[in-house]
Design a protein around this ligand. Structure first.
Ligand code: AMP
Length: 618
């Protein structure tokens, strides 16, 4: 079910906004959602077009920005103003990238080695986060256009090896694009989720995610247990991918035609044209034995056998990386339960076969390798939205958690929609002299009275040493761990005695029950507030009766008969008001009793003080 939110302006209920999953890729980016009807993840695309948006940004001389396929055509004609592979610059200083600076055909500012890189396009400077934000903005707009609804929240994926600076830059990019980035998720984790891995708590698996994209290769070894993904190791080559496959075909053709490779540098249009032909050949050879075409008047052809011979060294490189990743994880090939294929280049049959041979098992390749990461991000988004409650990765509390306090009131310790893991603590005290036990009742729900909420657990903190009322300090703490298990602890701080209990917070509530509990809290808000006020007034009245009673018992001799009579009458009136459902009446009676007792209470206190101070010098 969807979370319920209250529209402050209209006071009406509305389904929580959609949360999209975004694969912000080096070559291509895309958005996915969980289809509200089929509950299946789907990549968003306009009618008759691809879900993939090339991660390319073009700036024209007037500062207009174009992103995607339209920008891609400027790669050849205006390389200085057309930015690709901005992801490679995220969270990097010039020092980090200077060895590969020639890779970028646009201007990467190198005036400082330490600070983060900037890119110049025209007379403007952009940080990598700003550049990525243009891509995210485009994705957001596309999604809004397709879904006909505002899109403000997203889960964005990053490579598993991204460090904090790179992750932060990705978050910043999201913010700049007007997106609330609820979670940064590792790409291999997202890909695993798209294959349904990690969606069941009992599942324990070791997964190899092999990701060969357009320009990068990553291999990640993950372990999932208790619904938590752990990255055991990552390896790869940040400059190895489909582009290299295309280049190897281009080189082969140039050799065949006796054309010097320098021609590619001199004639950009020619270079671009022949690269596109090579890419077409590569794709065609996935399901055919020979590719033939004419380009610039020349006949070009390549057989599958030759193609495979050309790319074998590239594939071998990925296998060396995979082997190193296993070594770093301290595992052998046989320990891998599942191999997941990610990235467009894994469509090449030789790649799939080689990897399958290496790991000794069939690879998982049924999900579109270009979309699999975004689809997994959408699944993660859905989990965050609380729509997929079978899943453990749930990381917010769907309902408030609290304890019962005096008069049956709900004292919320961890509010609904709080992040998990989480902890909170609060101090309470005893109500009665010599009180030796304190009952801690744990409830879940949004109502003010615990009786309207769900009781999750109850325990007794016993053996509190005898102390006057209000002296004991009982600290109650709530701790929800990453598994959604709530541990409630109560500790009397003066004596150190403590007691705790473990509660499973999301105990078998159905979606309908959860929804009803939230709706109830809203429809009953007014009466709940009134009830709370009444209970608080009653508690105050009861406490005043108790302390007054004690006071007059102790000081009978110091009270005049009249004072005694008046007090008794006021106490009786207050007692009576407590049985009625009128908080204002209770407050009035409390006030009256206070007015009667105040003068003699002050008199008696003053006397006691001056008695205590007699004979003492200050
Ligand atoms: P990605 O970065 O995951 O979007 O992968 C893009 C790369 O996949 C590009 O190099 C594409 O040429 C390549 N690619 C897409 N489709 C195929 C295919 N059918 N066979 C081989 N490579 C492909």
């Amino acid at each position: 079910m969807a979370k319920i939110a209250i529209n402050i302006a209209t006071g009406s209920l509305q389904k929580e906004e959609i949360i999209v999953g975004i694969d912000l890729g080096t070559t291509n980016s895309l958005v996915a959602i969980i289809h509200p009807d089929t509950r299946q993840p789907i990549a968003l695309k306009e009618h008759n077009s691809s879900s993939l948006v090339p991660s390319v940004i073009h700036f024209d001389e007037y500062g207009n920005v174009t992103v995607g396929e339209a920008a891609k055509s400027f790669l050849v004609t205006q390389p200085q103003n057309t930015i690709f592979s901005a992801k490679r610059l995220m969270g990097k200083s010039y020092n980090d990238i200077k060895d590969n600076a020639s890779f970028f055909s646009y201007k990467v500012i190198d005036d400082s080695n330490q600070t983060m890189v900037k890119v110049q396009a025209g007379n403007k400077f952009y940080t990598p986060a700003e550049l990525s934000s243009f891509i995210l903005k485009e994705l957001k707009q596309r999604a809004e256009h397709i879904l006909k609804t505002p899109v403000n929240k997203a889960v964005i994926t990053v490579p598993a090896y991204f460090n904090d600076a790179q992750r932060q830059a990705t978050r910043d990019a999201g913010k700049l694009a007007g997106l609330d980035v609820l979670r940064i998720v590792n790409e291999p984790t997202a890909a695993s989720l798209a294959y349904g891995l990690g969606l069941h708590k009992e599942e324990e698996k070791t997964i190899a995610v092999y990701d060969l994209g357009g320009g990068t290769f990553d291999i990640s070894i993950l372990k999932i247990s208790n619904g938590i993904f752990e990255v055991l190791s990552t390896n790869g080559d940040t400059y190895l991918g489909g582009d290299d496959i295309d280049n190897s075909i281009v080189k082969y053709w140039l050799q065949q035609a006796g054309i010097n490779e320098d021609e590619l540098k001199v004639n950009k249009e020619f270079a671009q044209g022949i690269r596109l032909q090579a890419e077409a050949a590569k794709i065609y050879l996935s399901s055919n034995d020979i590719f033939e075409t004419t380009f610039n008047g020349d006949a070009l052809s390549i057989t599958k056998k030759i193609f495979e011979g050309l790319i074998q060294p590239l594939v071998d490189k990925t296998i060396v990386c995979s082997s190193n990743a296993l070594k770093d994880a301290g595992l052998t090939k046989t320990a891998i339960d599942v191999v997941v294929m990610v990235g467009g280049s894994t469509r090449v049959p030789l790649v799939k076969e080689s990897i399958s041979n290496f790991f000794g098992k069939a690879v998982n390749d049924t999900v579109n390798p270009d979309e699999v990461v975004a689809l997994g991000a959408a699944i993660q988004a859905d989990i965050l939205a609380g729509n997929n409650k079978d899943v453990l990765l749930l990381d917010i509390t769907p309902l408030s958690l609290g304890i019962e306090t005096m008069g049956g009131l709900m004292d919320v310790m961890i509010a609904r929609n709080s992040k998990i893991p989480n902890k909170a603590s609060r101090q309470y005290t005893t109500q009665k002299d010599g009180q030796s036990g304190m009952k801690i009742s744990v409830y879940q729900g949004e109502r003010d009275m615990v009786n309207d909420n769900r009781k999750l657990a109850e325990f007794n903190l016993s053996n509190i040493p005898a102390m006057p009322a209000g002296m004991a300090k009982v600290e109650v703490s709530f701790l929800i761990n990453a598994d959604g298990i709530l541990v409630v602890k109560a500790k009397e701080l003066r004596s150190g005695i403590e007691q705790s209990i473990e509660v499973k917070a999301q105990q078998d509530l159905t979606d309908a029950e959860l929804e009803k509990m939230l709706l109830d809290s809203i429809t009953h808000a007014k009466e709940d507030i009134a009830t709370r006020a009444l209970v608080e007034a009653r508690t105050e009245g009861e406490q005043l009766l108790e302390t007054t009673e004690k006071f007059i018992q102790k000081n009978t001799t110091h009270l005049s008969k009249e004072e005694f009579m008046q007090t008794a009458a006021a106490m009786q009136a207050l007692q009576l008001s407590l049985t009625m459902n009128d908080k204002d009446l209770i407050h009035t009676k409390v006030e009256e009793l206070n007015n009667i007792s105040r003068p003699y209470a002050e008199r008696i206190m003053d006397a006691a003080i001056s008695y205590a101070m007699r004979g003492k010098t200050i």
